[in-house]
Write a protein that binds this ligand. Structure first.
Ligand code: ATP
Ligand code: MG
Length: 423
């Protein structure tokens, strides 16, 4: 029996039609990041498994059950990156890039997590990540919020996203708080679901993040992390909140907001939308002031965020604010007879020399003239150019204005110069 060849579950193909919106988003992302002087960095998809285990945390969901890890031919354990920060920090330390004057970076690419695929959650998904090294004051936290807010404005989706922020303090604060939280939750142990029971002694903070409404009710009476936060973290957060307000950005202080990866401290934030179902976080970020040192680098504060591109695409599609009618073809060239193919090629090359942005399509298919003209009309092209023996003899081309449904002859020189007037 012939087995159908299929892609891996949760990993998708993206065709040109899908990629129009992707390219639109990527253009805005790059423009805005550049306007804040972030520099692009490209990193490997594979890293040693060990660095993710150490940095993300052995008892996090990502490391416990979501990583794609395997041994290479020499028996070294490698992992397809589940996120970008760890690889970025590894690269910055390895390439001694921390002393640079500008330590603002961004990257865009696929991440891999073995999760249950559903709307907004895939096994291969794409993140735009941004990281800033060497700044510990709240100014840079603010600038990141301003940057992401500007992204949503440029995309026309700012009124559909809300900002939630919190401070998770220092490791010591969380250690003290965890003890209190566990003591509290132990009283309700038999009411917890499987996931929360498992997390109770491994990663109790993540229970705060539960989607289970019954457990959310229990948590209403739970001790609050905010009350365990040291003075300096508290002030950092207070200043940040008042600066965000002074820029007119609305936010919600979500006292239960935590992050799924262990390396965060102080500021954490998420931009959420209620338009994309329960997978509502489009962008998530926070500070990770001790990660660089823990990974063997010099003591350096840092902050970053990551945007889930698929979720951004879902949001923009659900709002129907993106028009997919982008021209694929501007000029459609039809030659009649194999021996005229070279004239079509020469003409297209000459037009491109003068007008490099025009999209010129030569129909190389083995089709009759009627079919070729029909295809030209059905394409997005503004004009079609016909090249047959007649035209070559008269030293001019038949130009069909497909919008005004008119046609006329132009010499090659006239055509090359005047063609721009159509666009
Ligand atoms: P979630 O709570 O939704 O699982 P997370 O805390 O695991 O998110 P991060 O590791 O902070 O997510 O990743 C940042 C962003 O990347 C998320 O806000 C989301 O937009 C996107 N993202 C994360 N996991 C996936 C996935 N499996 N598929 C699609 N997008 C994802
Ligand atoms: Mg997750």
């Amino acid at each position: 029996m012939n087995k159908e060849i299929k892609s891996i579950r949760g990993m998708h193909d993206y065709f040109p039609k899908d990629l129009k919106i992707w390219n639109h988003i990527e253009t805005i992302l790059k423009e805005v990041l550049t306007s804040y002087c972030y520099l692009e960095i490209r990193l490997p998809l594979l890293e040693k498994t060990e660095i993710f285990k150490r940095a993300i945390g052995h008892v996090t969901d990502v490391v416990e059950k979501e990583m794609y890890s395997f041994n290479d031919r020499k028996g070294n354990s490698l992992t397809l990156r589940p996120e970008g920060t760890v690889g970025c920090v590894r690269a910055i330390i390895q390439n001694h890039s921390l002393h640079k004057k500008n330590n603002r970076f961004w990257y865009l690419g696929p991440m891999f997590r073995y999760e249950r695929p559903q709307k907004g959650r895939y096994r291969q998904f794409h993140q735009l990540g941004a990281e800033v090294f060497g700044l510990d004051r709240e100014d840079i936290d603010l600038e990141m919020i301003l940057l992401t807010n500007r992204l949503w404005k440029r995309m026309g989706i700012d009124s559909y996203l809300t900002l939630e922020i919190n401070s998770i303090g220092s490791k010591t604060d969380r250690f003290q708080y965890k003890k209190k939280l566990v003591l509290f939750l132990e009283k309700y142990q038999n009411l917890l679901d499987q996931d929360c029971k498992r997390r109770l002694y491994t990663n109790p903070l993540r229970i705060l993040d539960t989607k289970n409404i019954e457990i959310q009710k229990i948590l209403e009476k739970a001790p609050l992390l905010t009350e365990y936060i040291n003075l300096s973290s508290h002030n950092h957060f207070k200043n940040l909140c008042s600066m965000i307000s002074s820029y007119g950005i609305q936010y919600k202080h979500n006292k239960k907001l935590v992050r799924g990866l262990d390396y965060y401290n102080n500021t954490v934030f998420e931009w959420k939308s209620n338009k994309i179902g329960s997978k509502d976080a489009i962008c998530a970020g926070g500070r990770y002031d001790s990660l660089i040192e823990e990974m063997g680098g010099p003591k350096t504060p840092a902050i970053g965020f990551a945007i889930g591109i698929e979720r951004l695409v879902l949001l923009i599609q659900s709002l129907k604010i993106f028009s997919e009618n982008i021209q694929d073809i501007d000029i459609y060239i039809i030659f009649i007879g194999e021996h005229n193919k070279c004239h079509a090629l020469n003409l297209s090359e000459e037009i491109r020399n003068l007008h490099p942005r025009l999209k010129i399509f030569i129909n190389f298919f083995d089709q009759n003239l009627k079919k070729k003209i029909k295809n030209a009309i059905n394409s997005s092209a503004r004009i079609a150019i016909l090249i047959g023996d007649n035209e070559i003899e008269k030293e001019c081309f038949l130009v069909k204005d497909l919008k005004k449904e008119k046609e006329f002859y132009l010499s090659k020189t006239q055509l090359i110069v005047q063609v721009k007037d159509f666009f």
